[in-house]
Design a binder for this molecule. Sequence first.
Ligand code: FES
Length: 102
Amino acid sequence: MYRRQIAGLVPPACVHEFREQDAMSEPVVARKSPFKVDVEQGKAYFWCACGRSASQPFCDGSHKGTGLAPVRYMAEASKTVFFCGCKASAKKPLCDGTHNRV
Ligand code: FES
């Protein structure tokens, strides 16, 4: 895209739109630590992948228009889990310690 801009093939206004779309498709850091949650066996949880939900760590629909989607987590047992808050974990939706490098 930027090469096309340099070559004069994409008007500057369009490049601005592309950059906004690129930014919208990236998750934002909700917080740089995990969310401790007591989950219930057999219950499904929908983890916010975009970082924009006001109901962290769960989805509230704020991802609409981002191209991102929540991640379903099915609790196989009643226990305490740590959902990722930085949205960069390689083990989404759970924390893997990546937040220490964000
Ligand atoms: S909060 Fe994202 S890896 Fe720990």
